[in-house]
Design a protein around this ligand. Sequence first.
Ligand SMILES: Cc1cc2nc3c(=O)[nH]c(=O)nc-3n(C[C@H](O)[C@H](O)[C@H](O)COP(=O)(O)O)c2cc1C
Length: 325
Amino acid sequence: MKIGNIEIPNKSLFLAPMEDITDKSFRFVCKKFGAAMLYTEFIASEALIRNIEKTFKKLEIEDDESPIGIQIYGHNIDAMVEAAKIAETVKPDLIDINYGCPVKKIATRGAGAGMLRDIPKMLKMTKEIVKAVKLPVTVKTRLGWDTENIIIDKLAEQLQDTGIKALTIHGRTRSQLYKGVADWKLIGDIKNNQRIKIPIIGNGDVVSGITAKEKFEKYNVDAIMIARATIGRPWIFKEIKFFLETGKKMPELTIEEKVEIAKIHFLKSVEIKGEPRGIYEMRRHFALYFKGLSNFKPLRLKLLTSIDKNEIFDILQIITEKYKH
Ligand SMILES: Cc1cc2nc3c(=O)[nH]c(=O)nc-3n(C[C@H](O)[C@H](O)[C@H](O)COP(=O)(O)O)c2cc1C
């Protein structure tokens, strides 16, 4: 499959953009386990053009992260065009536009999924961005604003006509937020539309080899994008690949292996963000790396409150000792 000139193996697994999750350290571990495409967290166009330092940091990418997309969002066309040009200067492989974020303060102001309520503006914005940058532009969106307004069938064609090079569809409406079940039938209908030539990336509720296989076989998407199931389980890319190739479940990682991965992630986080920020930002990940361990509460509490790097390493060592077979 090709997104513009970017060659990507067929039936690949992409790491979804996730705010406060897909920073450089998490992308590093996901790539190690086979994520075929990475995205930054979404980046507010208005903050980018105003040179806000925290926002600018999100733009930082490494050469070895390629292929990687920078995702931007916003409601103002000029600001989005300017932001796309700024994003282009750090040399990602593509620029992705977020028309799917359901968060109230974003969507009700007309950005993210809010753009699903103003299709002429969405198409104009997309066209202008495509015109303004040399890189491939892609879009990530949802089925529509709500169940009464499912518009993705026509919208996919309209977006393709703006010149975008791939379309990611999260099989929910904005009103659904993250509830209910993603409707892959509608994603499959887009893929099977003869007029659609650009790659279609399906997204929503893929959590295992079995679910990924079903989505590829039934809906024929070009790639699958995974979000929530990667948190605390970045090796899911390897697990799914293993299942797709062998039809068998990869053996569950040992606690030693999980701790090693958490350590690599943690070290990167601290290396990139420094202390204590790199430590704080690992907490949401740590909580999920060790989810399900019995009688884990006291260690969990320590792990999620410590601000000392060495102490965290000691706790990780204790976890290994306590839970290894
Ligand atoms: C914590 C979190 C942050 C997210 N941030 C973004 C984002 O920055 N950009 C975006 O396009 N989608 C974002 N999403 C949506 C996901 O990319 C994805 O579309 C959604 O979670 C459905 O996929 P899943 O079922 O694999 O989780 C976010 C989701 C979560 C859970």
